[in-house]
Ligand binder design. Structure first.
Ligand SMILES: Cc1cc2nc3c(=O)[nH]c(=O)nc-3n(C[C@H](O)[C@H](O)[C@H](O)COP(=O)(O)OP(=O)(O)OC[C@H]3O[C@@H](n4cnc5c(N)ncnc54)[C@H](O)[C@@H]3O)c2cc1C
Length: 387
């Protein structure tokens, strides 16, 4: 199956990538897949998983060696996302790797003191990092966020709330977008807010999918945050948030296509096994065509993903193309999840079957990290598609 052979046949993977892929595959098969159903039903997973993930270099991927990372390139990130997807539970990826959205602003624009305080314990799996951008009043229109941070002596006083935040209950460090200036993108800053800050409370949220992922609403009731927790310069937070999105979208696209491939693999295995009308499901030409259509989309998405990752590794910033890649990947996931559940029949509707869960997890991918409509708008602007 392509799932087994694709990385080896791609020109982008070196022996180091393939060795990491093998380590990831063993890690997922040994430490995650056997527990994925139980964790999802329990709506959590053990915090020890962070330390184990750190030990195989997963948490440090793409972070500077100087602060406990291992400088892995984007192809390592793609491998990590797609091997993790094999467990069939997107909630594990979301929470286990919430630092990949929480920490980059600290790496890119944070002070050395903040880097030293946050990065090493997070990359060792001892502390958890989260990103708080979205608010109850909206997530797509980031420039219009309403949580305020008012200067008072050597502190900011933060008032407002955040919504749908991954690792929202159990994170130690929250990278939070606040309004320190006037309206619009020019008034936005990023603050590091720590668990235990007086006035900071959280409420857990129940979801359609990603059950084992920790998702919460955050409330800041006049929280006093020291000025040295400002990440980057005051009123310069919007650019740092936008920079975050490119890598996040490549990771989301890699994961979505990984889940699409799981749907294809599961459909193939099922079709070979399921007996009907004196033969097996795969004996029907319609079934083989469905599998071919799924494979066509998965392979096309993978080609786009790897080419764009290569361009980013060359120093290019193909923002519009990355937006379209995210849509391409989430639509491939949607198509494959729907077809695979259909081919499984009633079994595809049952809890504990990978494709049932993946089907429920399509929408969060099409909304989070930039909704499909926002992706199209941004791509059209980047490409100059206006009158
Ligand atoms: C499980 C989960 C985990 C999340 N984790 C995090 C996290 O860790 N940190 C964080 O900050 N956020 C997180 N989010 C929030 C996520 O990023 C937002 O849900 C997303 O950005 C959309 O924002 P919104 O939900 O406020 O929808 P809105 O911004 O209100 O948009 C609603 C809908 O309107 C449509 N729409 C939006 N803009 C346009 C447009 N320009 N043109 C046409 N239609 C449009 C889209 O269909 C969109 O889905 C998470 C969300 C979920 C569900």
């Amino acid at each position: 199956m392509p799932a087994e052979t694709l990385p080896a046949k791609s020109p982008f993977y070196t022996p180091e990538h393939l060795a990491f892929r093998d380590a990831m595959r063993r890690f997922v098969a040994g430490e995650i897949s056997p527990h994925a159903d139980a964790w999802d039903e329990a709506e959590t997973f053990p915090v020890e998983l962070y330390r184990k993930a750190a030990e195989i270099g997963l948490l440090g991927l793409g972070f500077p060696e100087s602060h406990g990372g291992n400088d892995g390139d984007l192809f390592m990130t793609i491998i990590a996302a797609q091997e993790l997807a094999r467990c069939g539970a997107g909630g594990v990826l979301a929470s286990l790797l919430s630092h990949t959205i929480g920490c980059p602003p600290i790496v890119n624009v944070g002070s050395e003191a903040l880097k030293q305080r946050v990065l090493p314990p997070v990359l060792r799996g001892e502390k958890i990092s989260a990103l708080g951008i979205t608010e109850p009043s909206g997530g797509s229109d980031v420039a219009n966020l309403k949580t305020t941070a008012r200067r008072d002596g050597d502190h900011y006083v933060v008032k407002g709330s955040k919504m749908f935040i991954t690792s929202g209950m159990r994170a130690d460090f929250y990278t939070v977008a606040v309004r320190t200036g006037g309206q619009g993108p020019g008034g936005v800053s990023l603050l590091l807010i720590e668990k235990g800050t007086p006035g900071f409370t959280q409420t857990p949220l129940k979801k359609m999918g990603w059950w084992c992922s920790d998702t919460a609403a955050l409330y800041f009731d006049n929280c006093r945050v020291p000025m040295e927790n400002l990440i980057g310069k005051e009123n310069q937070g919007f650019k740092a948030i936008m920079k975050n999105f490119n890598r996040e979208r490549i990771f989301l696209a890699a994961g979505a296509n990984g889940f699409a491939r799981v749907c294809l693999d599961e459909a193939l295995a099922w079709a070979r096994e399921r007996e009907m009308f004196g033969g097996r499901l795969i004996d029907q030409q319609v079934t083989r065509h469905k599998l071919a259509d799924m494979a066509m989309r998965v392979e096309a998405t993978q080609a786009m993903l790897e080419l764009l990752a290569w361009r980013v590794e060359q120093g290019d910033t193909p923002v519009g193309e990355i937006c379209l890649l995210k849509n391409q990947a989430t639509q491939t996931m949607a198509y494959c999840a729907s077809e695979s559940v259909q081919m499984h029949g009633g079994a595809g509707f049952m809890r504990g079957v990978k494709v049932e869960r993946i089907y429920r997890e399509v929408k969060v991918n099409a909304i989070g990290g930039g909704a499909e409509e926002v992706m199209r708008d941004l791509a059209a602007r980047q490409f100059g598609f206006y009158a």
